[in-house]
Design a protein around this ligand. Structure first.
Ligand code: ATP
Length: 365
């Protein structure tokens, strides 16, 4: 494994990056379309030579525009493995042979390479697919095999460019779980570009936000997602996020004593009991009541309305901020409900969220 240290200007794309990633750290890169996320990965991978800049993987300089002739180690010699939304497996080779390809080309004997391939296939829950051809795999299966192939090459750095984006909602969790396991248990250095908040939460230690070719925010994942400073992070992190301590598998307590029950999102690798965690739910999942309802299983939060903003066809009701200074819970309701309940800032109401609507995630490694 290697750390990454990078400065790069790519004038034609109007990007200028200073980026680093510690050995064993997983960094999620978020940002709007065209912000430069893929360009950052391409500079690390050696697919793009910056106009000026320097890239180090561990102690090795792999790009340096300052040296006499310029240093530019080619893609295949960087020890970097990339995973994109397409698995790009060799169609004529079996799954096992695809995964054995990297070890084979690094000089391992056939037997050893295939032994290694099978070990990796086991670790991504794909050993039963070993004999198939890529054409006989679903998208999610192919991506798991692609993870095994990437890791079998023993890369120093793993680059993931929206690996989940071509998968449907039922398939993505299995790949996310596999990635979480291999990235975290093996302390892989990885940079993952994603549009999905869940990927950042499940996989990354650190979030970097890129806007208009610049890194505008960097911080621990839960910090960036709960208290975003950049415009983009604030927009995508428009979900409700409550940080706290996991009480067990299905509830979390905040530092100010609020208990939130939800569903353990075990597909993210399980909740570390007694570890820190976050509860995530959409503002649209929050109903507003004037009296506490009796039905369970629901979360009932007494709150005071701090603000109300019209967002298209809905009104976003924001509760007072929490005692730790984090943003208050948001609820999206219809204008009709606002009128009917006579909602206004300063009013004390009850925000009600079904437990099934709350996803609980471990925030610890
Ligand atoms: N092959 C290319 N040649 C020239 N310019 C490019 C090329 N690919 C991307 N760009 C430009 O570089 C800038 C950064 O693009 P990049 O693909 O890195 O953004 P991104 O954040 O990955 O976007 P997305 O989320 O849409 O994938 C954009 O202005 C884009 O138009």
């Amino acid at each position: 494994m290697s750390s990454i240290s990078l400065t790069a200007d790519v004038i034609g794309r109007d990007v200028s990056f200073e980026f680093d990633c510690a050995d064993g750290e997983v960094v999620a890169v978020l940002g709007p379309n065209g912000a430069g996320k893929s360009t950052l990965l391409s500079v690390i991978a050696g697919l793009i030579r910056p106009d000026t800049g320097r890239v180090l993987l561990g102690d090795d300089v792999v790009t340096d525009t300052d040296t006499d002739k310029g240093t530019f180690v080619p893609v295949h010699a960087r020890g970097v493995a990339s995973l994109t939304q397409n698995a790009l497996l060799f169609p004529h080779l079996s799954v096992e042979a695809n995964v054995a390809f990297g070890p084979r080309s690094r000089g391992l004997r056939k037997r050893e390479a295939h032994f290694r391939a099978r070990t990796w296939l086991e670790s991504v829950d794909a050993i039963e697919l070993a004999g198939r051809k890529p054409g006989e795999l679903s998208g999610g299966q192919a991506q798991r095999v692609a993870v095994a192939r990437a890791l079998a090459a023993n890369p120093r750095v793993l680059l993931l460019d929206e690996p989940m984006s071509a998968l449907d909602v039922d398939t993505a969790p299995a790949l996310r779980r596999v990635l979480r396991r291999v990235l975290r248990e093996q302390r892989r250095t990885a940079v993952i570009v994603t549009h999905d908040l869940l990927d950042a939460l499940a996989l990354a230690d650190t979030v970097v936000v890129v806007e208009s070719g610049r890194i505008v925010e960097r911080g621990p994942t839960t910090e960036v997602l709960t208290a975003p400073r950049s415009a983009f992070a604030a927009r995508i992190a428009g979900v409700n996020l409550l940080s706290g301590t996991m009480d067990g598998a299905d509830s979390l307590s905040t530092s100010w004593g609020l208990t939130v029950s939800g569903l353990t999102v075990s597909r993210l690798g399980g909740i570390d009991s007694a570890g820190s965690g976050v509860a995530v739910f959409a503002p649209a999942a929050v109903a507003v009541h004037l009296e506490p309802p009796h039905a369970s299983p629901r979360n009932v939060f007494p709150v005071t309305i701090a603000s109300m903003d019209v967002h298209g066809a809905t009104v976003r009701i924001r509760a007072d901020q929490h005692p730790d200074g984090s943003p208050g819970i948001a609820a999206d309701v219809t204008p009709a409900a606002v009128a009917e309940l006579d909602l206004e800032p300063g009013l004390t109401v009850f925000f009600v969220v079904k437990s099934q609507e709350v996803a609980l995630h471990s925030a610890t490694r």
